[in-house]
Ligand binder design. Structure first.
Ligand SMILES: NC(=O)c1ccc[n+]([C@@H]2O[C@H](COP(=O)([O-])OP(=O)(O)OC[C@H]3O[C@@H](n4cnc5c(N)ncnc54)[C@H](O)[C@@H]3O)[C@@H](O)[C@H]2O)c1
Length: 305
C-alpha cells in the first residue's frame, strides 16, 4: 500500500507512520512541521517526507500522486486557538480537508482515513457517547471536525470515496509535547511530575476522561486504512478515569507523591466524558489496550520532547 500521510510528523501521525512502515507500506509524510518534528520520524527507505501545507491544493495534489490510500491527520489541533482565531483554524481544518478530498478524488485514491474528534460531541446529553450521540460542538475546532465528517459523507456519495473518520478521545503517550500550551492533561502532568513541579487541577479533579495510549491509536489507525468500514468511529479505551485517579497512578509509578494545586474550575470544562467502543470493537476486534499504568510508565521513561 502506498500511503499519503498528512500530519505524519506529529504526535499521533509519527506513531501511525511507524506502524504502517512495519506493515510494509510505502509512506509519503506531508507536513508543514508547525507542531510536528522531523526527528519524530524514522530514517526508512520506504519513507519520503514532503514539507507542505494542506492549505495549498497544488502542493497536496503533487505529493499525493500515486497514493492508494490517504491518512489525513494534519490539523490546527488547538481548541483555544480555534476560539482565538477561527479564520486561521478554518483554513487548516476545513479548507485543508477539502483540498485532501479533492486531491484524493483526482488522484484516484481508494481509501481515506482521517482524524475526527470527540470534540464534535460537546457536553454529552448521556453517557457513554456513541456514534449516534447528537453532535453539539462547543468550539470552532469541534465544528470543523464535524464539517469534515459531513464532507467525507458527501464525497462518498458524490464520488464513491471510501472513508472512515476516527473520533479520537484523549490520546496520550511519548512525543506529545508537555511544553505546548495545548498539550493534553497527561503530558502536562507527566512533564511537571518529572520536573518535580506541582500539578494544577482545575476544580476538584473529579472530572473524568477516556484516555487511550498512542500505540493503541496507531494500531487502530493503521488497520483502518485496510478496512472498508465507512462513516465515523469513536476511538477510546472504553474506561473513564478521573484526574485524581490519574494522579494516583502517576504517583504509584513514579514512587513519590505529587504536589497538587487545585485551581478554580474552568468555564466550559466538561465534567464527564466516556465513550462506548462497541463499533471500534466490531471493526477492529477485541483490542488489547495498554493499561494506564503501563502507558504512563512508557511516557515517563521516554525522552523528553
Ligand atoms: N491528541 C489527541 O488527543 C487528539 C484527539 C482528537 C483528535 N485529534 C486529531 O488527531 C490529529 C493529530 O493530532 P496530534 O495530537 O498528533 O497533534 P500534532 O500537533 O502532533 O499533529 C498535527 C500535525 O499536523 C501538522 N500540521 C498542522 N497544520 C498543518 C497544515 N496546515 N499543513 C500541513 N501540516 C500541518 C503539524 O505539524 C503536526 O505534525 C489532528 O487532526 C487532531 O485534531 C487528536
Amino acid at each position: 500500500m502506498r500511503v499519503f500521510a498528512s500530519g505524519g510528523g506529529g504526535f499521533i501521525g509519527s506513531h501511525a507512520v511507524e506502524k504502517l512502515l512495519e506493515g510494509g507500506a510505502t509512506v509519503t509524510v506531508y507536513d508543514n512541521f508547525s507542531s510536528g518534528k522531523r526527528v519524530n520520524l524514522p530514517l526508512h527507505p520506504a519513507l519520503r517526507v514532503v514539507e507542505g501545507d494542506v492549505g495549498d491544493l497544488d502542493s497536496v495534489r503533487r505529493a499525493m500522486a500515486g497514493a492508494d490510500a490517504v491518512l489525513h491527520l494534519a490539523a490546527q489541533v488547538s481548541v483555544r486557538a480555534s476560539l482565538d482565531n477561527p479564520a486561521f483554524s478554518c483554513r487548516a481544518n476545513i479548507l485543508g480537508f477539502v483540498n485532501i478530498l479533492q486531491s484524493a478524488v483526482e488522484c484516484g485514491v481508494k481509501r481515506l482515513v482521517y482524524a475526527s474528534s470527540a470534540a464534535v460531541y460537546g457536553v454529552p446529553a448521556s453517557l457513554p457517547l456513541d456514534e449516534a450521540s447528537a453532535p453539539s460542538p462547543l468550539s470552532p475546532y469541534g465544528l470543523e471536525k464535524l464539517v469534515n465528517d459531513q464532507y467525507a459523507a458527501l464525497f462518498a456519495s458524490l464520488h464513491g470515496l471510501s472513508s472512515l473518520g476516527l473520533r479520537y478521545f484523549n490520546v496520550y503517550g511519548p512525543r506529545q509535547d508537555p511544553a505546548s500550551p495545548y498539550a493534553g492533561v497527561i503530558s502536562r502532568f507527566a512533564g511537571r511530575y518529572r520536573a518535580g513541579e506541582p500539578l494544577h487541577v482545575f476544580g476538584d479533579g473529579g472530572q473524568t476522561r477516556d484516555f487511550i495510549y498512542v500505540g493503541d491509536v496507531a494500531r487502530i489507525t493503521a488497520a483502518a486504512l485496510s478496512h472498508d468500514a465507512t462513516g465515523v468511529c469513536n476511538v477510546g479505551s472504553g474506561h473513564a478515569v478521573s484526574l485524581l485517579e490519574l494522579i494516583a497512578v502517576l504517583e504509584q509509578i513514579g514512587g513519590q507523591p505529587a504536589a497538587v494545586v487545585h485551581d478554580a474550575p474552568q468555564a466550559g470544562d466538561i465534567r464527564h466524558s466516556a465513550t462506548s467502543i462497541a463499533r471500534q470493537r466490531a471493526l477492529f476486534g477485541e483490542t488489547a489496550f495498554t493499561p494506564l499504568a503501563e502507558g504512563l510508565k512508557s511516557l515517563l521513561e521516554s525522552a523528553p520532547c
